[in-house]
Design a protein around this ligand. Structure first.
Ligand code: ATP
Length: 331
């Protein structure tokens, strides 16, 4: 059995985590769970958003399934998600955006993956008040950071049978920072002659995504553009309730949904567990448990095509628990 750190998190986190663990149990989970606190829950219990004990567990076991965490607004707290990504150098944020059969959306044939650089860009947290009416923020891009994310994207394309990679940037305005990112991506592209490479300016990319999303296979981009594009792309395939994500580094990997802790529906048994479940499916693939992953996906697709079963965000009549019951019955 492999050790897995489980972070039930805040808001809807504990509700959806509970159901996802039930589903893993139903396929004879290959994991030994180590549950730890993080987020607001941890702040209340231990006086820290990210207790040492939680960090040590992730360092030791290198694998975590994480529900959304809330960083309190104000009070000078640094985002916990950003801290985790920087602390464990989880440089690649991988977000597959795929139409799910049974989930009706305006678009068909969306099948793209966003590979977002996770440690640099405007997320340095280095901001300064220049004077009472002026503030500024540091955007940092390095060749090393750009090179490893570009290589990750091309390797991902190669191993997932994707034929093209698009680097998304704004190098026409930010000539040094985005210029370095783009030039580095173009250099790495030369090592992958079988994969078509192109660059797309971020604003044009947004328009292209809502007009003809099926033209994209792999998008590699900087941290902030990746954050925004991820939510946009979630909207293409049914909203935040369905899109999974992975944060991958050399020593550790943390799997988490794209959505936040959704305080507006927390504690009401309304949340859709699909995004966290699909994150768990990505994790199963990551550790080589392909058969269990495929079984869950088949049951998920079957359950999503049933309007009685699926949750309200997808126009269904189910709730968090009944959706899970139906899915387990479909396994
Ligand atoms: P954050 O800043 O952490 O991203 P947020 O409030 O901006 O938080 P979310 O928490 O992701 O964003 O919520 C955005 C909207 O999507 C809310 O109306 C929420 O109810 C809805 N939502 C998010 N996740 C789910 C889910 N799993 N199931 C159903 N609705 C969801």
């Amino acid at each position: 059995m492999r050790n897995l750190v489980v972070l039930p998190g805040d808001g809807i986190g504990p509700e959806i985590m509970k159901q996802v663990l039930r589903i893993l149990q139903a396929v004879d989970s290959p994991f030994n769970y180590i549950e730890k606190d993080a987020g607001l829950t941890a702040l209340e219990k231990h006086g820290s958003l990210l207790p040492d004990d939680t960090l040590q567990a992730i360092t030791q076991h290198g694998l975590a399934l994480k529900a959304p965490l809330t960083t309190p607004v104000g009070g000078g707290f640094k985002s916990i998600n950003v801290t985790l990504r920087q602390k464990f150098d989880l440089y690649a944020n991988v977000r597959p955006v795929v139409n799910l059969p049974g989930v009706f959306t305006r678009y068909e044939k969306v099948n793209l993956t966003i590979i977002r650089e996770n440690t640099e860009d405007l997320y340095t947290g280095e901001e300064r008040q220049v004077d009472a009416d002026t503030a500024e923020s540091i955007k940092r891009i390095t060749r090393k950071g750009s090179e490893r994310i570009a290589r990750y994207a091309f390797e991902y394309a190669r191993t997932h049978g994707k034929k093209s990679v698009a680097a998304v940037h704004k190098a026409n305005i930010m000539k040094l920072t985005d210029g370095l990112f783009l030039k580095t991506c173009a250099d790495v592209a030369k090592e992958y002659p079988e994969i078509q490479f192109r660059d797309v300016i971020i604003d044009n990319c947004c328009m292209q995504l809502v007009i003809r999303p099926e033209q994209f296979e792999v998008i590699v981009t900087e941290n902030l553009y990746g954050d925004i594009l991820s939510d946009l792309c979630a909207g293409l395939v049914g909203g935040l309730g369905v899109v999974p994500g992975a944060n991958i580094g050399v020593q550790a990997a943390i799997f988490e949904p794209v959505h936040g802790s959704a305080p507006d529906i927390a504690g009401q048994n309304k949340a859709n567990p699909t995004a966290l479940l699909q994150s768990a499916v990505m994790m199963l693939h990551h550790v080589g448990e392909h058969e269990r992953a495929d079984r869950i996906m088949r049951a998920l697709i079957k359950t999503l095509s049933d309007t009685q079963a699926r949750t309200a965000d997808l126009g269904g009549k189910g709730n968090t628990e009944t959706f899970t019951n139906a899915l387990i019955a479909n396994l």
